[in-house]
Ligand binder design. Structure first.
Ligand SMILES: NC(=O)c1ccc[n+]([C@@H]2O[C@H](COP(=O)([O-])OP(=O)(O)OC[C@H]3O[C@@H](n4cnc5c(N)ncnc54)[C@H](O)[C@@H]3O)[C@@H](O)[C@H]2O)c1
Ligand SMILES: C[N+](C)(C)CCCC=O
Ligand code: NA
Length: 504
């Protein structure tokens, strides 16, 4: 077992490069979901702190040490942050697990991804210097034109608890690479590592106000950020209902938003797969990794009838083999869900499925051997129909629902039978069929013969109720840039639209 005695730092809000007590001095307890114990507390920002942070961010943009930096200079800061994350990886990973219930293996992988994301955007920041000013040839003797890419300004980044630091960094890294000044509002359910990012920024000497970190409750800290007149954009990852509220607040000021919301993604398994075990493991990973608390979790298995019984049999064998334990234990593969509220919500989805007539093929309860903590067994639900809640709604927990199909057309119809459109997976060795599914799936992310692998270079986001805009890749950087066209009249001749008074 990893050292659970890693001390939880007692931090304040990170504003203008300094630790600053919230104006109202309120704090929120930190709960370890594996033990249900309070292990520390975080500061709770309110509108007053948001005003101070926005002011600090605006000053950073006006100052030469941030507002006039080149991409190459910003890349140095981003690389320094990445190096510090790797240096502190073991402590950061432990803190992430203590706070969110994520297995230590997954927390450590997240810290590698966090460092990789900063490094990736460091490269893009450098490349931005040569793309900052692009001439556009009009074939005109009278006009010279060019297009500028500039930082968008002060941006608000509001993020969820499922990958507490990684989801924040998907926004922080491109925002800083672009030269924006950012205000990060992580989830009140898991904020420790985002506050530690503040300490890292302080240590590497990031110019003050370039990144500000306000922990606190959604309506009290996130709300005032979304509606602040001097915040130029909100980039949000979280639930649909909160996304709607943020869009409504931003709409009053015609403030741009990008929304990465939830999903109910399908995984379609055909009977032509060579290896049931490989398909079973990807199916498992698609729903039980991070205890199912993944926006892109492939939570609806759509399996061809001819192999359904053999495939479910294999899935059960793999599922029974998952080690459920304290997330800091060696080889733990399924930790608790993040909070008491999430635990109740997941169990309610399971009991509703049962009352609607579905069969709990496996799991559905708290594991017998764990008396404390918000643990739910990995759960597989069959006899599902398309009007059931379990088919339609995002559970955000370790719950897979299963339907069978006979024909390809039926599989496509079932896959797209959702209000969401984040991700979709197909398992088949028929290349043409995979191409047909790639085209037919109504989503922003397609996985072929796998589920969940994610790369910094590729755009991340969805359609339908899964939101709009893209994180990651060059699209993630464009989110934080203002495009400005410049048109210069270069002719010595008069414009000659009006009659010249000198010719009267
Ligand atoms: N599409 C993606 O990339 C992606 C990634 C991770 C999570 N998610 C989604 O996030 C959800 C789970 O995360 P969550 O429970 O933290 O979501 P949530 O919507 O409850 O909270 C997200 C963030 O919004 C803040 N917030 C809450 N109310 C607010 C308000 N009125 N104004 C401003 N901010 C407010 C919260 O404090 C938190 O920081 C799931 O639906 C999941 O699918 C999506
Ligand atoms: C696919 N990953 C890497 C697990 C990231 C998912 C992000 C959303 O929850
Ligand atoms: Na927590």
């Amino acid at each position: 077992m990893a050292n659970r005695n890693v001390p939880i730092p007692r931090r304040q809000l990170y504003i203008g490069g300094e630790w600053r007590e919230p104006v109202k001095k309120n704090r929120i307890p930190i709960i370890n979901p594996a033990t249900e114990e309070i292990i520390g507390d975080i500061p709770a920002a309110t509108a007053e702190d948001v005003d101070i942070a926005v002011e600090a961010a605006r000053k950073a943009i006006a100052r030469d040490d941030w507002g006039s930096t080149t991409g190459a200079k910003r890349a140095k800061y981003l690389r320094a942050i990445a190096a510090k994350v790797l240096e502190k990886k073991s402590v950061l990973a432990t803190l992430e697990s203590l706070d969110s219930g994520k297995t230590l293996f997954e927390s450590a992988a997240d810290m590698d991804d966090v460092a990789g994301c900063f490094e990736y955007y460091a490269d893009l920041a450098e490349a931005l210097d040569s793309r900052r000013k692009i001439p556009v040839n009009l074939n005109s003797d009278s006009f010279k034109t060019y297009v500028l890419r500039e930082p968008l300004g002060v941006v608000g980044l509001i993020t969820p608890w499922n990958y507490p630091l990684l989801m924040a960094i998907w926004k922080v890294a491109p925002a800083l690479a672009a030269g924006c000044a950012a205000i990060l509002k992580p989830s009140e359910l898991a904020s420790i590592t985002c506050l530690e990012l503040g300490e890292i920024c302080r240590e590497i000497g990031l110019p003050s106000g370039a990144l500000n970190i306000l922990t606190g409750l959604g309506p009290e800290a996130g709300g005032p950020l979304a509606s602040h007149p001097h915040v130029d954009k909100i980039s949000f990852t979280g639930s649909g209902p909160t996304g709607s509220k943020i869009m409504t607040a931003a709409a009053q000021l015609v403030k741009p938003v990008s929304l990465e919301l939830g999903g109910k993604s399908p995984i379609v398994v055909f009977d032509d797969i060579d290896n049931l075990d490989i398909a079973a493991e990807w199916t498992l990973f698609g729903i039980f990794a991070n205890t199912g608390q993944v926006c892109s979790a492939t939570s609806r298995l759509i399996v061809q009838e001819s192999i359904a019984s053999a495939f479910l049999d294999r899935l059960l064998k793999w599922t029974k083999n998952i080690k459920i334990s304290d997330p800091l234990e060696e080889d733990c593969k399924l930790g608790p869900v993040v909070s008491a509220g999430q635990y109740e919500k997941v169990l309610k989805f399971i009991s509703n499925a049962k009352s609607e007539g579905a069969t709990i093929l496996y799991g559905g309860k708290r594991p017998q051997h764990l008396k404390k903590g918000y643990y739910v067994q990995p759960t597989i639900i069959t006899d599902v129909n398309t009007s059931m809640e379990i088919w339609k709604e995002e559970v955000f927990g370790p719950v897979l629902c299963v339907k069978t199909f006979k024909t390809e057309e039926e599989a496509i119809e079932l896959a797209n039978d959702t209000k969401y459109g984040l991700a979709a997976a197909v398992m088949s060795k028929d290349v043409r069929r995979c191409e047909r599914f790639t085209k037919a799936f109504q989503s922003g992310i397609i996985w072929i013969n796998c589920s969940q692998p994610t790369f910094n270079q590729l755009p991340w986001g969805g359609k339908k109720r899964s939101g709009f805009g893209r994180d990651l890749g060059e699209w993630g950087l464009e989110n934080f840039l203002n495009i400005k066209q410049v048109t210069e009249y270069t002719s010595a001749e008069p414009w000659a639209f009006y009659k010249s008074p000198s010719k009267n």
